[in-house]
Design a protein. Structure first.
Length: 450
């Protein structure tokens, strides 16, 4: 099915549904740039420190360093262009629909973008060196986003990726040596060697008796994933994920050649709650709306696909991360509420009840960003809600990431194939917890106006 990408938001009727999102779709007016002369030292350097230098520094993933004026000055025009188009920093949430409050929002404000543009247009002056902020101090490049792990699990030997050859998939089962049940409070996967050849690494869990607790995944229950641009998963206080004593981890890797022989390995970092602690909620992370019937014709844009997932109990949604490959263009996820009159929703009006949660309007395969909802914006969804994932693909030469627009593309694991689903995390609530959390949010909105 082809359709031009025009995501819409349908407001659910009734107060109970209106308060489950504290995220009005308001777009700020274009803010004026800093008044007076704009200089690197006083105005631009602080912006780069906050938003850019974590990647743009020696030894990290970005192609150039932006730590010093002498390094930044040659790129002034390019920085203006990329920030004005909101291509950098990588944050692709649509600013016109859905929820906009995120814990890890790295996007620039309108004022910051205008400041950079004014500086570049003025010839990119340094200004007074005395105005420079102190250099930002970084931990080593191998810093964990979740903080120092309590346990690091890695594959027993490196994988050798040849200079040339087809993509390679492999599974490596590792015993972490856990002798007692523990609850996770954070988890992260990252390459320790050869990140350029690692397309992804997905870690799953095999039960102590060797059983697979996930009928949809023969490798075991999903635990964590690495892909370029992805950070760690830090669970809210009181929520966690159980790892039973004797559980083994399966490392599923997708490797590809880059023209030179490369050694590859990954590390799985785990942070635990204290021994004996049992969190109130168990977090779930799943691939939602996985559509394996993709049919993306050659030389065709705006090819739409749809996938669905039903929440069997009330849930609090924590994060959203779209997943497609090189032809991916955009993705939205919306909540389709239970039928009108359902007691789960607290609403008896006969109206369409569909709410846009989030849209990524410029999907980029190079950046697998996990969008973590602010606590006060995390969707509260009643039992029976259907999560509807809508993806759009661009299989034309106009897509600069497209390796071959003349081929029909279908679902597949290879980079040259494609996918359409969203990684989403949530924890389930009892009916009473759902009611209490909705009422608490309603009261906060009433008292603060937000």
């Amino acid at each position: 099915m082809n359709a031009t990408w025009t995501p819409r938001i349908f407001t659910a009727a009734g107060l109970m549904l209106a308060v489950v999102f504290a995220a009005p779709a308001v777009v700020a007016a274009q803010a004026p740039a800093t008044q007076g002369p704009v200089t690197f030292a006083k105005d631009v350097a602080p912006i780069l420190q906050r938003n850019c230098q974590v990647c743009h520094r020696p030894g990290s993933t970005a192609p150039m360093s932006l730590l010093k004026y002498e390094e930044v000055r040659p790129w002034a025009r390019a920085i203006k262009q990329r920030t004005s188009l909101r291509e950098m920093p990588p944050w692709y949430i649509d600013r016109n629909v859905g929820i906009h409050q995120f814990k890890n929002d790295r996007s620039l404000s309108d004022e910051e973008i205008a400041t950079i543009a004014k500086w570049a247009d003025a010839g990119a002056p340094l200004g007074n060196p005395a105005d420079l902020p102190p250099p930002r101090q970084f931990e080593d490049v191998d810093k964990w986003h979740i903080g120092a792990p309590d346990l690091i699990v890695t594959m027993p030997k490196d994988q050798i990726v040849p200079p040339e050859g087809p993509d390679k998939w492999l599974d490596v089962l590792v015993d972490p040596g856990l002798t007692e049940d523990r609850y996770l409070k954070a988890v992260e996967t990252k390459p320790s060697k050869g990140f350029k050849v690692i397309h992804h690494s997905v870690q799953t869990m095999t039960e102590p008796d060797g059983s697979i607790d996930d009928s949809d995944n023969p490798r075991g229950k999903f635990l964590n994933e690495y892909a370029l641009g992805k950070n760690g998963d830090v669970f809210p206080e009181g929520a966690g994920r159980l790892i039973k004593a004797g559980t083994k981890f399966n490392f599923n890797l997708h490797l590809h050649s880059i023209g030179e022989e490369t050694r590859a390995n990954v590390e799985l970092g785990l942070k635990f709650y204290p021994k004996g602690y049992v969190p109130r909620y168990v977090e779930n992370s799943e691939g939602v709306g996985r559509n394996q019937d993709l049919d993306i014709p050659a030389n065709t844009d705006n090819v739409r696909s749809d996938g669905y997932f039903t929440l069997t109990r009330p849930a609090r949604v924590l994060s959203f991360q779209p997943h497609m490959h090189n032809r991916g263009k955009a993705m939205c996820v919306e909540a389709i509420y239970p039928p009108a009159g359902s007691p789960a929703t607290g609403n008896t009006q006969q109206q369409n009840r569909v709410e846009t949660l989030s849209c990524v309007d410029r999907y980029q395969f190079a950046w697998h960003v996990v969008y973590l909802y602010d606590d006060d914006a995390q969707p509260l969804l009643p039992a029976g809600t259907v999560l509807h994932v809508i993806g759009w693909h661009n299989n034309t030469a106009a897509n600069k990431f497209n390796p071959d627009p003349d081929n029909l593309i279908t679902y597949g694991q290879r980079t040259i194939d494609d996918m359409s689903f969203a990684w989403m995390s949530w924890y389930y609530l009892s009916d009473q917890e759902y009611k209490e959390q909705v009422e608490a949010r309603q009261a906060k909105i009433k008292s603060t106006g937000n």
